[in-house]
Design a binder for this molecule. Sequence first.
Ligand code: GLP
Length: 263
Amino acid sequence: MRVIIEPDYDRMSKWAADYVAEKIKEANPTAEKPFKLGCPTGSSPLGLYKQLIKKYEAGEISFKNVVTFNMDEYVNIPEDHPESYHSFMWNNFFSHIDIRPENVHILNGNATDLIKECEDYERAIEEAGGIDLFMGGIGPDGHLAFNEPGSSLSSKTRIKTLTTDTIIANSRFFDGDMNLVPKQALTVGIGTVMAAREVLLLCSGHHKARALQHVIDGNVSHKWTASMLQMHPKAIVVCDEPACDELTVATFKYYLDKERGNL
Ligand code: GLP
């Protein structure tokens, strides 16, 4: 695992955007051979999306031949609800770039058959040839997408019930009212993310320090599902300094030295 430590949120976002843009350019995608990008929601990737939009506006990058698969979506809130992940993605990213709407994939949390929806989604990823780069965030309890503590580390796309921790954390988007937060979500599995060729996780802020400590310094555990990334051949965690508050000095220095080329 590669760990990039940046001083603050803005620089973390910039590092991630430069990396993602470089990967897309390097792949030189075409309509026949598009670049497949996994997309998260939440506050962690907002800065990254802003930076990617800037790059698009500056003519540095195009998303015409990029196919996206989102990580998750709440069950049973209208697609046009301001806090649905459909709304989040269009408002914060897709509406500002040249992506083709038919290349956007987001789970439908209102499908009549939710199990089939998840199976179809998994098949669509496979048929697209797999995901080249899966971006993601980390929940304060170490979850990845909506793979809550205790989720199978080889899980595929499915329905999950949200933990109280996540409902509390996400209530900030629902007027601080836990009762308004959907109780279930559709989410890609840890196995789905692990099947991507590369994974890039963002982790920012002191409130994520405990999760980051478990993900980087701890053991692989279904209690901190993002820790499974330790088993991925090409995973990067980009974080800011406040998120490193619980790492040992040895770990912190090791990753800084490694990136500075001192090791
Ligand atoms: C949500 C999402 C996750 C996200 C996490 C952290 O529950 N399902 O994909 O990574 O919360 O969110 P934030 O980045 O807002 O802290």
